[in-house]
Design a protein. Sequence first.
Length: 199
Amino acid sequence: VNTVEKLYPELSPNLSTCMSPHMMLGSVIKTHWAELMKIDPSNIYHVSLMPCTAKKDEILRKQFDHVLPAGMRPIDAVITTREFAQMLKSINVTNWAAVPEMVYDNPFGISSGSGVIFGTTGGVMEAALRTAYELHTNKDLPKVDFKACRGLQGLEQAEVDMGDVKLRIAVVHGTRSVRTLLERIENKDPEYNFHFVEV
């Protein structure tokens, strides 16, 4: 989002208006879950463990100032996976084989397949695509076969036949790949004319 806003502002209208998955979860934790658990949401300090440092900026964006009442934010802090690894190392947790296996928190019980994949690379697109495909065709989405894009490392693309239209979709990761893709989109390169791109 920051890259588009700063370097490609003309593409800003194409950005999703949805919050990222961890921000959505933060909102739900401090509203619905807090109510279920009978916890005052102002007593919840929600930390996200994320691979991307951009998430630190995301939680401070102005558009999230009024998502929750009383000046609360969906996420209070972000720790990167690298920072977390350094924290563990600082307290001598280095032998991963000795760490007992544990079940992750599951605050809402069973979730859908789309819910499970939502926070993974390409998961938002796949969840949205499943819904769009099923609403449009009344069928389950067949397996989407992503292929690496020649000439652009970090980009995978696929085509999904919706019956009356073939959707060209892509998943891109890595700042360099994102910038290269945005430049090609901006230059109207027909090979990079996608209907949906997840970064």
